[in-house]
Design a protein around this ligand. Sequence first.
Ligand code: PLP
Length: 430
Amino acid sequence: MDNQALSLNNTIVATNANVLSMLSERGKNIFFPKLGILAQAAQARGKAINATIGEAVEDDGSSMHLPEFDALVNMPTANIFPYAPSFGKPEFRSLWKDSIYRKNPSLKETVISNPIATNGLTHGLSMAAYLFANEDDTVLLSNHYWENYNLIFENNYGATVETFELFANGGFNVADFGKKLNEIEGEKIITLLNFPNNPAGYTPLVSEIATIVAEIKKVADKGKKVIVLIDDAYFGLVYEENVFTESIFVELANLSENVLAVKLDGPTKEDYVWGFRVGFITYAIKGGTAELYEALENKTAGAVRGNISNISQLSQSMLFKVYSAPTYEQSKKEKFDILKGRYDILRDALSNPKYAEYFSPLPFNSGYFMCVEPKKGLVAEEIRKHLLEKYSTGVIVLGSVIRLAFSAVPQAKLPELVENIYNACVDLDK
Ligand SMILES: Cc1ncc(COP(=O)(O)O)c(C=O)c1O
């Protein structure tokens, strides 16, 4: 093992040895190089002649670039063309950290790590898997889950995805979550919680959150080392009262010295910049110190560097500028209101009693999506194909349910979408 990795591991152990045992073998070995090219380039910064940088520089010291770009982006060249640090742009990381506290007021003074920038949440999840999942580790998810988790955890890292039933009696199935947590063998547990959920569009009620957290606490109190990956991709899009509007991160950040909360979040869905590819990983554990977090940040940035080097300078700069704009909150609220309007109309349309004969919605209250479950033995995939052919309507089938992305359908077309599903069911029931 490289001495730089050893030194980070020793720092982690000095605060909480449990965290070292949570890391995968890759996670134990990785480090962000402080020596070598990066260190030498840092020492040369500001010198009269600097022949260290792996970029091209104009004679006046600015970033070399093609002039065609000048008319496209109105920002200093230093915010467009150079590589960003593997950790993310410092001012942007600090702004995002402040925003985590602002959006999650229950965090209060809890010490959390500095966020590390990732190439969207997908890459954040992949880096979390790199750092924590060994071959044959189990990752426990709800049975309604984003299918890319299979590629990330199983295909990339050889872990195994297991599921618990998300719903019982119209709400979160705490009993099955607890049961499946307990069934995981070995001293380490990795679980992933995604609220608002893709595909179900469910976020636990305020009253359910404590029961979910209690199940995690129970296994941690038995001495298990629990890594909770929190996929907050759709954070903030909650449309009903009594639903938990903060991230479950706030409840896990200070829960136990055996529970590491790993928050994956970012602008891609929240701020409608899917193609910008910017996300973050942030850590918290009871008793976590600045030194412990710095070691985890170094390991994460090392994994990013060895994977994709760093995240788009331009995307980070644009987001930083937009987040600092005085109109940002208002603009964001206007987009939220559009999605909430679609949610309300869809819920209203679905309440027509005639639909209950053919399909029923799974519980939903948030996010971009919701699901309906066909009845009378109708097969979701057949409904989907029939919708395409006869009703010019596209939906996604996941196993036995049909997912509707109401985020992507104009309000005026939502009643027709539901009516088309109904008519397709009537056709197929003949
Ligand atoms: C639950 C969930 N997590 C993460 C992602 C990936 O987000 P990103 O575009 O930031 O990689 C998605 C995208 O569909 C998602 O549905």
